[in-house]
Write a protein that binds this ligand. Structure first.
Ligand SMILES: [Zn+2]
Length: 243
């Protein structure tokens, strides 16, 4: 879909400002929202995980624009920790504004640009692997060999590789010089691809220019690079073509 045909209502869904296409669901006693086709495919993936002894659960699914805005602004204000490549806490005071923006972008999307706006993407963990007091962190160590969710992630590696994941892929599977690898982030490709094709640098720039985002001037000055490195590279529809 080209920008010309990206209607106002579609742009509002793309950017987390319209939730009319989503349905409410529960996972491990938490409420979350996904589009209906994504929810149906996800429930098939959950059932498949159960047959292997896992309990695929949702840590995060749809996120509204306002929620992503709050996360971004709290990170900039130091209310939420800013992490380096290894997941260690960074001292904001030691960074200039450009360094701060790019450090934030490794782990957090700008409001309006998160895949979590679409209702097609979920962050997952294995509820069967943990006891009641364990707090899910969504960090690389949990997913790596020897980590608490390693079993689930080796199974996901296998089903994604053999096209038995009901359409789910990992958009942040490897480091492409933008967003840090997030093996826990799954995307329902048949629907997410439609949103990916709507992504347009100029439209996103105009949206952000009108919003009360922290570090706005630095974000806008560097936006072409930000779009190229952090927003566009995760496109799974392009990857499928390249493969
Ligand atoms: Zn995610």
């Amino acid at each position: 879909m080209s920008v010309d045909t990206c209607k106002a209502s579609e742009f509002r869904q793309l950017t987390g400002q319209d939730t009319s296409h989503l349905c409410e669901l529960t996972s491990n006693s938490s409420v979350y929202w996904l589009s209906r086709p994504t929810a149906e495919a996800f429930s098939a993936l959950v059932a498949a995980s159960r047959s292997q002894g896992f309990e695929l659960a949702v840590a995060s699914a749809h996120r509204k624009f306002e929620r992503q805005l709050l996360i971004w602004n709290e990170k900039a204000a130091g209310i939420r920790p800013l992490l380096d490549e290894a997941g260690q806490v960074l001292d904001i005071e030691q960074l200039n504004e450009r360094e701060q923006v790019f450090a934030m972008l490794r782990w957090s999307a700008l409001p309006g640009t998160s895949r979590h706006h679409w209702g097609t993407d979920v962050d997952v963990y294995d509820a069967a692997a943990m006891d009641a007091v364990y707090r899910v962190q969504l960090c690389p160590d949990e997913c790596a060999q020897g980590g608490i969710f390693s079993g689930l992630h080796r199974w996901l590696d296998d089903v994604i590789c053999h096209n038995r994941s009901f359409g789910f892929q990992r958009p942040f599977d490897i480091d492409r010089g933008g967003v840090a690898p997030e093996p826990w982030h799954l995307s329902f490709a048949p629907e997410a691809g439609r949103y990916e094709r709507m992504l347009d640098c100029g439209q996103m720039y105009n949206l952000l220019a009108q919003q009360p985002i922290a570090l706005k001037q630095t974000v806008l000055e560097n936006f072409e690079e930000i779009f190229r490195r952090f927003i566009a590279p995760a496109r799974i529809d392009k990857r499928a073509v390249a493969d």
